[in-house]
Design a binder for this molecule. Structure first.
Ligand code: PXP
Length: 251
């Protein structure tokens, strides 16, 4: 697809259900069910479901991944660290896609992008292994030229640009700068042939400018949707987000 054709294309919504599991694991109960949430999200318009199986298993559990793989009608995107254990899991489960992220036990959430430039041989090998298992790989990276160049070299078909710095900007000027950087880097990545996704910290108030960047094909959104679901229900929360994304593409 040429860059010009991207403008009118639909942006897919990946719903991250990690924090449904966070609520469940807070009391080690059977509820709320991540499967119920995922299937509801699909019915409400989610194009894929993302789940991060962390090394410390703080929210999503291995059984959730097996059930999601079996029951989803759309696509499973497995978010994971680049470890031998997780590569074995991904090659065994064979989700539609994986998103490779950095992982530190002490972090509240994924804090920065993967340092692809600093770990190129290991990440290139991981991309090759996942590709040979038939799994689409995206690399979660900061919107920086050296990371995008490294993603080209790693042989990944997709990148997910980290929108957390944009979402967390302290004021309007910083937010505009971060948006401009995301926009420039999204174009750089797309021009080089990468499929461009984005995510982290996106919510009902900040998602529209990111949709309007134009070359982004998929957004992965979790915390804001789960938080909204507490107030309006999971299906309604997903429909509201999907509606914003679709409307942003139309104008
Ligand atoms: N994309 C990646 C790579 C992430 O690590 C996360 C957080 O798990 C998300 C998207 C979703 O972020 P949020 O929960 O802030 O919407």
């Amino acid at each position: 697809m040429s860059l010009a054709n991207y403008a009118g294309a639909q942006i897919a919504l990946g719903v991250n259900i990690d924090h449904v599991a966070t609520l469940r694991e807070a009391r080690r109960t059977r509820y709320p069910s991540v499967i119920h949430a995922a299937l509801t999200a699909e019915q409400a318009g989610a194009d894929s479901i993302t789940a991060h199986l962390r090394e410390d298993r703080r929210h999503i559990q291995p059984r959730d991944i097996d059930l999601l793989k079996e029951l989803l009608q759309t696509r499973l995107n497995l978010e994971m660290a680049v470890t031998e254990e997780m590569l074995d899991v991904a090659c065994h489960v064979q989700p539609y896609a994986t998103c490779l992220v950095p992982e530190r036990r002490e972090e509240l959430t994924t804090e920065g992008g993967l340092d692809v430039a600093g770990n190129l041989p290991r990440i290139r090998e991981a991309c090759a292994r996942l590709a040979s298992a038939g799994v689409l790989v995206s690399l979660f990276i900061d919107a920086r030229p050296e990371q995008i160049e490294a993603a080209f070299e790693a042989g990944a078909p997709a990148v997910e640009l980290h929108t957390g710095h944009y979402a967390d900007a302290a004021n309007d000027d910083e937010r505009d700068r971060m948006l401009e950087q995301l926009s420039e880097m999204a174009r750089f990545a797309a021009t080089g042939g990468l499929r461009v996704h984005a995510g982290h910290g996106l919510n009902y108030h900040n998602v529209i400018p990111v949709c309007r960047i134009g070359v982004i094909r998929e957004l992965n959104i979790g915390h804001a949707i789960v938080a909204q679901a507490v107030l309006v229900g999971f299906g309604a929360a997903v429909r509201q987000m999907k509606g914003l994304i679709q409307a942003a593409g139309v104008e």
